[in-house]
Design a protein around this ligand. Sequence first.
Ligand SMILES: [Zn+2]
Length: 142
Amino acid sequence: MLTSQTTQQRCPCGSEKSFAFCCEPYIEGQKPAPTAEQLMRSRYTAFALGAIDYLIDTTVPEKRELIDRAIVAEQIQFTTWTGLTILNKEAGSKEDTQGVVEFEAAFETEDDQCILHERSSFYAKNGQWYYADGEVNVRSVA
Ligand SMILES: [Zn+2]
């Protein structure tokens, strides 16, 4: 599934760590992301690499049925993610059960360059963080 990304390469989430020591263990299901920020980073990486199952599995169960796999697959196919910047975070540590992460993610499509700004809410249950929802704004920077 993730053959385009070798474990020694730097992680797409911009952490400066190698993929193997950053988002890969979470995306491959070896262990849960320990914080809301790490879950958010790994979901960005999953978007960048096309790991749709991970995106669905890390969405709160109540919202999973709203996800249209075909639409997500199309978004992944036509979008190139070019950078992630964490702007702010509230709670979301190992001891918390909820957290908020505000970030900007840069992406390109065939005819546009955009910045997605999102304030995302996350919940933790039994040591697993889940994405709940977010306030999303997309602006063109082309
Ligand atoms: Zn990462």
